[in-house]
Design a protein around this ligand. Sequence first.
Ligand code: B16
Ligand code: MG
Length: 225
Amino acid sequence: MSSAININLDIKGLIFDLDGVIADTAHLHYKAWCQIACQWKFDLSVDQNEKLKGVSRKNAMQKIAKWAGKSFSEKELEDFAEQKNTLYLDYCESLSHKDALPGVVSFIDECRRTGLKLAVGSASKNAKIILQKLQIIDLFQIVVDGNMVEKSKPHPEVFLKAAQFLKINPSDCVVFEDSQAGIQAALNAGMKNIGIGSSDLLNCNAQIQSFEKYNLKKLSTQINN
Ligand code: B16
Ligand code: MG
């Protein structure tokens, strides 16, 4: 039995974002968006890309067109978004188990051993494909992805659906997120949240660079303070 069972953890479920939390796919989204923007002679900056994290493909496409000063019909935007997705999926083709971010699978294993309920809550319509490539889809009771929600983060729909499926109250969940939109979505859902990565994230309960050397004991300290 895991020693973590002795930890006073006042939660029942954990919800993981995918891109930037479980897998380092954020730079692949960026690379694909840059190729679309390049067709319009527009340089998508790293700062602008930060604002696309956690945002649905459609909303991201609209934002980039606006920043580029372009005006397209709905159909044209849809076509560009599809082109971007084809590029993105090509880049994801070679993903495998080793592309899970450092420490995240060990942390998930520890959570499973303690009986915590686990979900993925991602804006990505490709979430299940990516999790299958990483060979970790079976570690989660539910994957709520971009195909299952109508409203994009910061709307709480994706996380509330995950909690509903897990049959736990939102206040008993902790969300792990790398985007400001996702942190806000967790707050809007009434959930605690831990920011992941080195971007400046506001209003999270705590932020960690990565899951390396992270465990439930550390989580309990962060959310019980
Ligand atoms: P797709 P997450 C989000 O995933 C990404 O952060 C965001 O950059 C992307 O635009 C969005 O998924 C949609 O992805 O085009 O694959 O449907 O961070 O919520 O896991
Ligand atoms: Mg993310």
